[in-house]
Design a protein around this ligand. Structure first.
Ligand code: SF4
Length: 326
């Protein structure tokens, strides 16, 4: 549950464009608009789920917030301070507050480093502690994520996928962050392990007062953990609402289609449920034409949808949607 209603992070009109250079002299001709004018807030103690198909800009949004990319424009207000244009030096104190857990724990752990060195690296970079105190902290973190001190001197290849993700989580916790971007942290894990990792992330959030941005490619993965969920499509946020509201009253045709694709365990209920099959191709994010980006796949599209970008607006009780139907 959310501790209070104060925003830890406010994203305002965030744009992340990647230039494509073509021609003999690398003349810049166009942009991939990976994140295009996105605004939302993440409250202290909240988990905000961020969902969309591959290429929708959700991971780029996460990486831009944490400044792994330099934003093209817009504001990233962290606890009252706009860090969007901060230099690497100015970012140093924020690197400790903001951490990231990655999708593929194996690729994100250096195979030549022991678990102790992987977890201790961030402690060393931020000069938090040394010697016995540092080692005690590493052992403590291993216990916190359900491993034990004996694992400290082993290498990543000696662990299962679920255990490696636990090591990744211990590494993120090492510097006592406030905010963690969980970038598809369970997508690569067996279904039987996914619930364990989600439950552990919830326990850690409660115990350490953490705030999460939880990125996933389908709505079923974020349902359990998120207080609110945002849906992205081709660089735009198209809908954002409290989880229950979004799952029971989805407004945007794209959200409705994503929800209809979630498998239902009850066979009777599943029989009565109609799956919305999306037709048409996802358009290219390179210089997209004006109007709603979903128009080529939307059965409700009308002339205005090709002419004007729908405004992302509150249609009641904090339920935000960008669609000309509302
Ligand atoms: Fe469909 Fe138009 Fe709404 Fe886009 S704005 S989702 S095309 S109805």
């Amino acid at each position: 549950m959310m501790e209070n209603k104060k925003a830890l992070i406010s994203i305002k009109n965030l744009k992340m464009y990647f230039p494509i250079k073509k021609g003999l002299f690398g003349r810049q001709v166009s942009y991939v608009k990976a994140v295009d004018d996105v605004s939302f807030e993440i409250m202290k103690g909240e988990t905000l789920g961020l969902v969309g198909e591959s290429g929708c800009g959700k991971t780029t949004t996460g990486r831009t917030i944490i400044k792994l990319y330099e934003p093209t424009s817009g504001e990233i207000i962290y606890d009252g301070v706009d860090i969007a244009k901060f230099t690497p030096n100015q970012m140093l104190p924020y690197r400790k507050k903001m951490q990231m857990i990655f999708q593929d724990p194996y690729a994100s752990l250096n195979p030549r480093m022991t678990v102790a060195d992987i977890i201790g690296e961030a402690i060393d970079i931020h000069k938090l502690m040394t010697g016995k105190e540092r080692m005690e902290r590493i052992h403590y973190l291993l216990n916190v994520v359900g491993l034990n001190s004996e694992h400290a001197n082993r290498y990543p290849h000696e662990f299962s996928g679920g255990q490696r993700q636990r090591i990744g989580i211990a590494r993120a916790l090492a510097v006592q962050p406030e905010f963690i971007i969980c970038d598809e942290p369970i997508s690569a894990l067996d279904v039987s392990i996914q619930a364990q990792v989600v439950n552990m992330l919830e326990d850690l959030q409660r115990d350490f007062g953490l705030t999460y941005l939880f990125i996933a490619h389908d709505l079923s993965m974020v349902k359990h953990i998120s207080n609110r969920v945002g849906v992205m499509y081709l660089g735009k946020m198209v809908e954002l609402a409290e989880s229950n509201e979004l799952y029971t009253k989805p407004l945007h045709p794209y959200t409705q289609a994503l929800l209809s694709a979630i498998p239902i365990p009850d066979p009777d209920e599943a029989m009565s449920k109609k799956r919305i099959v999306l037709e048409g191709e996802i358009p290219s994010p390179i210089d997209p034409p004006p109007g709603c980006r979903f128009k080529g796949r939307c059965k409700y599209a009308k002339p205005i949808c090709s002419e004007q970008d729908p405004v992302f607006k509150d249609v009641g009780g904090g339920h935000m949607v960008a669609c000309h139907l509302y």
